[in-house]
Design a protein around this ligand. Structure first.
Ligand code: SR1
Ligand code: MG
Length: 409
């Protein structure tokens, strides 16, 4: 594929900043002391710039293909616009928990944003065995603020229609629809597991109840346009920071929302839940049961943060005449149930699909086997939990039991 725009390199970022006067106010392109490419995601280039006065800036550029696989898998760079629009909308609702965007270049698909180099990517921090207390609740609050603030509950009718139309993001949605909902059970040639997990993957694919549940999850994802969701809210899409020597977070920020669209609120919650289970699978595999329990405790913390934020905003709903108390309870009950379904999808796809997690993949094979088995089994059990018995805490207990029994050494 030939791209008709120029990709940034460490050697050209200074010229780029010089050419955009708005950015030259943020950082001095003639006094850069550090420039590095720090992108470790599946898709984009990310540059971190620092100048002699200590100011920093991040430039993120969307490539016209999937970075993880190379040019053979084209992907629209227009996704950067969805990221910018959603980050701006989300930042306006909860500035403390969303990265700030300074500028967007629609010709070269470059986003200039806040330097968060004093933060860590949450997944990396989790894999190092660090604790960032408060991050799970903060992300729950973020989802709650977005669920209310970008939905029909908050937006004026024409404003809502415009927001929904502007966020139609079919290319990126299709990736999720394929990778997350269909391919874990119907391999399209992109799945892989180690030899010892081949039977686990085959059992998943042969599990009729699981596949039926994934069909429902996919349908919900494609049809339930409730709010401008993040669309890929795993622990690699969150930056965390704690003061030296403390395990309490003093800053938590979501980023990387190129998959944003008007979709089901519970998708973001389910993604978070699944990635806590995956962090717990790693801890169990490494023999650190207290850490695994801590990781699973985040399921409830995210839910509580979400519910609290959503309830706090409820009094501002546009039509209290019909959106009364019982409807609020109905919404929350549905979202709890759907979050479980979406968590199951994320668990399965991160284990057998094309985009895996370092949590599991960096484990030695002997213990990776049990971790992957436990995650797949948890996915299959999550879809079988009866609705009435599905409190977030109970899900954590189910996950703990499943991961513990699947452990290998
Ligand atoms: C081809 S993109 C693979 C995955 O990377 C992104 O981070 C999303 O999670 C997507 O599903
Ligand atoms: Mg991403």
């Amino acid at each position: 594929m030939t791209a008709d725009y120029e990709f940034l390199t460490v050697d050209t970022v200074a010229d780029y900043v010089r050419s955009v006067p708005r950015l030259a106010q943020r950082i001095d392109p003639d006094a850069l002391v550090s420039v590095s490419e720090i992108g470790d995601g599946n898709l984009n280039l990310v540059f971190l710039l620092g100048d002699a006065t200590g100011r920093g800036l991040v430039l993120k550029q969307a490539l016209p293909y999937v970075r993880m696989t190379g040019e053979g898998w084209p992907m629209t760079p227009e996704r950067a616009r969805f990221e910018v629009d959603s980050l701006r909308a989300h930042h306006a609702l909860l500035p403390e928990h969303v990265v700030e965007v300074f500028d967007y270049d629609p010709e070269r698909f470059i986003i200039a944003m806040e330097d968060l180099s004093d933060h860590s990517v949450w997944r990396g921090a989790l894999n190092e065995g660090l604790i960032h207390d408060g991050a799970a609740a903060a992300m729950g609050r973020y989802v709650g603020a977005v669920a209310f603030g970008t939905s029909a509950l908050a937006l004026e009718r024409k404003e809502l229609a415009k927001a929904v139309a502007a966020a139609v993001n079919p290319e990126l949605c299709l990736i999720t629809e394929d990778l997350v909902f269909s391919e874990p059970s119907v391999d399209a040639g992109r799945n892989s597991v180690i030899e010892q997990n081949k039977k686990d993957a085959a059992d998943l694919a042969a599990d009729e109840d699981f596949v039926t549940a994934m069909g429902r999850a996919k349908w919900l994802f494609m049809t339930k346009g409730e709010a401008l969701i993040h669309g890929d809210l795993h622990t690699g899409s969150v930056m965390v920071r704690s003061p030296e020597g403390s395990t309490a977070c003093d800053s938590v920020k979501a980023f990387d929302s190129e998959f944003a669209f008007y979709g089901p609120v519970a998708y973001d919650i389910g993604c978070l839940w699944a990635n806590y289970v995956i962090a717990a699978a790693r801890a169990f595999a490494l023999g650190d049961e207290p850490r695994a329990e801590w990781a699973l405790g985040m399921i409830q913390q995210t839910w509580d943060g979400f519910e609290e934020e959503f309830r706090a905003r409820w009094s501002d709903r546009r039509d209290p005449r019909v959106w009364r108390g019982p409807f609020l309870e109905h919404l929350l009950a549905d979202w709890n149930e759907e979050s479980r379904l979406f968590a199951a999808a994320e668990l399965a796809r991160r284990t057998v699909g094309a985009a895996k997690t370092k949590d599991i993949e960096t484990l030695p094979e002997s213990i990776r086997e049990g971790a992957a088995r436990g995650v797949l089994l948890a996915a299959r059990r999550f879809v079988r939990v009866p609705d009435a018995a599905g409190a977030p805490h109970d899900l954590a207990v189910l996950a703990a039991d499943t991961l513990r029994e699947s452990r290998t050494s």
